[in-house]
Design a binder for this molecule. Structure first.
Ligand code: AMP
Length: 231
């Protein structure tokens, strides 16, 4: 275990900032649990649960799912034993009410957030990443047609599943997702800045380079121990 103590981290940034990709690196390096509300909601849609049916209409138009719904699934997830060692929150919170709910849930368990990484990303790069993203329909692994292509065109390297384009990665919805992000997240940045938790990283950088920057930042801040980062 490389983290100094229980480590709770929020990844904040627009769709296409590379949060999911960095979460993959961070999970591997520091053995944290990656929790993505987007992934959980997509799973619920796939399974046709009540939550999934309610969420789908918002997701397909690029709007945010109501705070009460996402907070409920997040709090339920945090209560599971595998979340005890520290969590990477990816795509949650997205609004100030969600951030307050997360604070409350953490306080109840005598935990707190250690850092919020803000992925400063230009719109051009975000659009390029979202439009080229492909996802395995079976195991949900992400690829990119040019930046991170699979070995065999259209086929997942891990499970052999078929790669598809997410409904909300299509151009009509991408535009709205970026607008919604800008409108709803501005206050969140200020919320975490005031708490002294916000650290800005360059979301435009290639994935590995950005991970090295994040790792250096964590060491500088004393959030992880010296030594191998597990890469
Ligand atoms: P993502 O995979 O994080 O881009 O999320 C995909 C979609 O799921 C978003 O466009 C929203 O509709 C919904 N979603 C994910 N996380 C949240 C959240 N924290 N609050 C509200 N809606 C969310």
């Amino acid at each position: 275990m490389m983290v100094n103590k229980e480590f709770n981290l929020v990844l904040l940034g627009p769709p296409g900032a590379g949060k999911g990709t960095q979460a993959g690196y961070l999970t591997k390096a520091y053995h944290l649990l990656h929790v993505s509300t987007g992934d959980m909601l997509r799973e619920a849609v796939k399974e046709g649960t009540e939550t999934g049916i309610e969420a789908e209409k918002y997701m397909n138009s690029g709007e945010l799912v109501p705070d009460s719904v996402v907070t409920r699934i997040m709090v339920e997830r945090m209560a599971k034993p595998d979340a005890a060692g520290g969590v990477i929150f990816d795509g949650y919170p997205r609004t100030v009410p969600q951030a307050k709910s997360l604070d409350d849930a953490l306080i109840k368990e005598e935990r707190s957030l250690n850092v919020v990484l803000y992925f400063e990303t230009t719109e051009k790069v975000a659009i390029e990443r979202l439009s080229g993203r492909r996802v395995c329909g079976k195991c949900n692994k992400n690829y990119h047609v040019t930046n991170m292509p699979p070995t065999k065109d259209g086929i997942c390297d891990v499970c052999g599943g078929e790669l598809i384009q997410r409904e909300d990665d299509k151009p009509e919805t991408v535009k709205n997702r970026l607008t919604v992000y800008k409108e709803r997240t501005k206050d969140l940045i200020e919320y975490y800045m005031k708490k002294g938790l916000l650290r800005e990283v360059n979301g435009d950088l290639p994935a590995k380079q950005l991970f090295d920057d994040i790792d250096a930042l964590f060491r500088q801040e004393g959030l992880i121990n010296d030594g191998d980062n597990g890469q």
